[in-house]
Design a binder for this molecule. Structure first.
Ligand SMILES: Cc1cc2nc3c(=O)[nH]c(=O)nc-3n(C[C@H](O)[C@H](O)[C@H](O)COP(=O)(O)OP(=O)(O)OC[C@H]3O[C@@H](n4cnc5c(N)ncnc54)[C@H](O)[C@@H]3O)c2cc1C
Length: 284
């Protein structure tokens, strides 16, 4: 189907984009890679009066080293993230999760910020952002504010972004020397995650000295598997201790039931996939 008619604006700076977005109010939508927004417009599930295209806002693209963290522009594409040497060196978990998104066409258009702002619980970048303690830099008419990932995802397809606000960039602390793996379970290649597990660990002398584990699609928002992380801390990096820690993966989760599986099946998946993700991370 063809979307309903809309006005179009293509600002070239964050300030201009915020001004246009604020003036247009709730009748406007911003366009990033369009991989989620355009299907919604074409199916006429949304009919905004104005579409504000962010693709000419150069300051919202790219990856910068800011000392103890990387700052990743919201308009940086999945493809750029996969190939960026700073991400490979300091945020390996993000690169591994991005590798699993859809196909090359989607990864060339889809953006990091668009995925986070869209907040699909099955999206593959939310759990890594949470596990890595990422912070969202948001711009609005009152200036900029920073929101931790723990507070950014508030509900099913809902974030802490208010009307007229843009996600400008994401600050990801450096995980230099950490190993990582993203274990995704789907029915067919290139499909969305039924459940997935993001794991990044540090090992020393055969023991796990630090661990971060995030869960995809185990609730309306991404979840941290804190029980697993505590059980892994100081544990030997052996299959037995990893399996025993992974048994905590589903604690406190509230997964959906749908045509792909019910609550118990997803909890089982979370435990199995956590074991696989951590095992793969320690040998990565
Ligand atoms: C066939 C297909 C398969 C896919 N498979 C997967 C998959 O396996 N895993 C996965 O994680 N994703 C998958 N995706 C989604 C893909 O990752 C998209 O890139 C993502 O959902 C949205 O990013 P986008 O840049 O295209 O955003 P858009 O579609 O342009 O925007 C999405 C929403 O976010 C808002 N928005 C975008 N950017 C900003 C911003 N900077 N500030 C505020 N609001 C903003 C828009 O207004 C819109 O509401 C798939 C998409 C397709 C088409």
């Amino acid at each position: 189907m063809i979307p309903a008619a809309f006005d179009y604006a293509a600002p070239t700076s964050v300030d201009e984009a915020v001004r246009v977005f604020t003036e247009a109010g709730e009748e406007a939508k911003v366009l990033a890679g369009g991989q989620s927004l355009l299907p919604v417009l074409r199916m006429r599930l949304a009919a905004p009066e104005k579409v504000i295209d962010l693709n000419r806002v150069a300051e919202m693209r790219g990856v910068r080293d800011v000392g103890d963290a990387l700052e990743i522009g919201a308009m940086t594409t999945h493809y750029e993230i996969q190939r960026n040497p700073l991400v490979q060196d300091h945020a390996q978990l993000l690169a591994r999760a991005t590798d699993t998104i859809a196909d090359p066409q989607v990864r060339h258009r889809g953006t990091f910020g668009g995925s986070l702002a869209h907040a699909d619980p099955a999206g593959d970048l939310l759990a890594p952002a949470l596990a890595m303690d990422a912070e969202m830099v948001i711009a609005g008419s009152q200036g900029q504010r920073t929101v931790p990932a723990t507070e950014f995802f508030t509900d099913f397809f809902t974030t802490d972004l208010y009307e007229g606000e843009l996600l400008v960039r994401v600050r990801v602390p450096k995980y230099t020397g950490w190993q990582a793996h993203y274990e995704k379970f789907n029915r067919v290649a290139q499909a969305w995650s039924m459940v997935a597990v993001a794991a990044t660990v540090r090992t020393e002398g055969g023991s796990i000295t630090a661990a971060r584990v995030g869960l995809t699609n185990m609730d309306t928002v991404p979840r941290r598997a804190h029980g697993v992380e505590s059980a892994l801390l100081g544990a030997p990096a052996t299959p037995e201790s990893i399996r025993s820690a992974a048994a905590h993966a589903a604690e406190g989760t509230n997964p959906p039931t749908d045509t792909n599986g019910d609550v118990e099946y997803r909890r089982h998946l979370a435990r199995v996939l956590t074991g696989r993700a951590v095992s793969a991370a320690v040998t990565a």
